[in-house]
Design a protein around this ligand. Structure first.
Ligand code: PLP
Length: 368
């Protein structure tokens, strides 16, 4: 059987026949002549299916593409019955936390926010739940939850489990192997990898869930465009290669940051001193990833000064592109609501030379 690195390159190609294109072209039609496999683009098209085939092959499941990561979240939550109980990280990616809060305010759901890094607290909260939402590492605190233990407990309680794997990517962590029912990705980030498209995806090995989610996507219509699917598949082709460089640099930067006099705390699960290290070493079988965060010495003003002083590194939101991005997350009200420290800077490490990245960080940190 081919390894995921090879599947990321070889799966989702047109048939191996003379004269066939090597890449699935971008499909620019919304409708198809009667009596074929596809009737209308809300069922997907060849470019979307090519991406799904490749991501599904890499994670050994069935994948579905969406117009954004948030569209995946909305489609999953929409399937819950009125009054369903959802357990979720109190410091989840703030968009997810906000969507859950809004649904709770409308009386659609009951949400039990908890510290998912605390296994006992989360297991207790899972009793009587319908859905347990996990994210590991968490955006942006980099906290790690025990995916396998929490999934087993959720299943004992009769709940389904979704894991947001955006930070770890399919390279570093395969939650389906830890028992999770559905994995979700903001494809916008590392999978697409070039900060040029918005897209989401889910992967599952549960046929019934796949059919249900696929039918809901077809009905509600949050599909990706053919253009996004093409770009995402092109990104997936080099995901393993990019992650190899980016996570090696992230590890090196985390170590250097930990020694800097103007850094109070580094949050990277690859550091042996990180509270999530032992757990991450068990479940992040492909490495510790290319995301890290650090708290600068001082307040939000000091953090903003560092943020404004970088030159090679780009001050912008989002993550997972070939270019290194940095931002003070608590600049957003949504992030303040989930308790993100005001002096925390999140770094998405790209593929530039590590020494150039370090020189830039070092000079920016020395500005405070
Ligand atoms: N999950 C995580 C962890 C994210 O960081 C993001 C976006 O930043 C999302 C989900 C939402 O994805 P999208 O922006 O593609 O809708």
């Amino acid at each position: 059987m081919l390894r995921p690195e090879s599947l990321a390159v070889s799966a989702g190609r047109p048939p191996h026949q003379p004269g066939q294109p090597v890449n699935t072209p971008i499909s620019m039609t919304s409708t198809f002549r009667h009596d074929g496999d596809v009737a209308y683009v809300r069922d997907g098209d060849d470019t979307i299916h090519a991406f799904e085939e490749a991501l599904g092959a890499v994670e050994r499941g069935q994948a579905l593409g969406f117009s954004s990561g948030m569209a995946v979240v909305a489609t999953i939550l929409e399937g819950l019955p009125n009054g369903a109980v959802v357990v979720a990280p109190s410091n989840a990616y703030f968009g997810v936390a906000e969507m859950l809060r809004q649904k709770a305010a409308l009386g659609r759901l009951t949400v039990r926010f908890c510290d998912v890094a605390d296994t006992d607290e989360t297991v207790e909260a899972s009793s009587g739940a319908d859905l347990v939402w996990l994210e590991s590492p968490l955006n942006p605190t980099m906290a790690i939850c025990d995916i396998e233990a929490l999934t087993a407990a959720a299943h004992r309680a009769g709940a389904k489990v979704v894991c947001d794997n955006t930070f770890a990517t399919s390279v570093c962590q395969q939650p389906l192997n830890l028992g999770v029912d559905v994995v979700m990705h903001s494809v916008t980030k590392f999978i697409a990898g070039h900060s040029d498209t918005l897209m989401g995806a889910l992967v599952t090995r549960n046929d019934e869930l796949f059919e249900e989610l696929s039918a809901r996507r077809g009905l509600y219509g949050p599909l990706p465009s053919s253009m996004s699917s093409f770009l995402a598949l092109r990104g997936l082709r080099t995901l393993y290669l990019r992650m190899e460089r980016a996570q090696a640099s992230a590890g090196a930067l985390a170590e250097r940051l930990a020694l800097h006099r103007n850094v109070q705390r580094v949050r990277y699960p690859g550091l042996v001193t990180d509270p999530g290290h032992a757990r991450a070493a068990r479940q992040m079988t492909g490495g510790f990833g290319a995301m890290l965060a650090f708290d600068v010495v001082g307040d939000h003003v000091a953090a903003e000064r560092v943020s404004a002083s970088v030159e090679l590194i780009t001050g912008a939101t989002s993550l997972g592109g070939v270019e290194t991005l940095m931002e003070r997350r608590a600049r957003y009200v949504g992030e303040q609501k989930v308790g993100t420290p005001p002096n925390l800077l999140r770094l998405s490490v790209g593929i530039e030379h590590v020494d150039d990245l370090w020189a830039d960080l070092d000079q920016a940190l020395n500005s405070i």
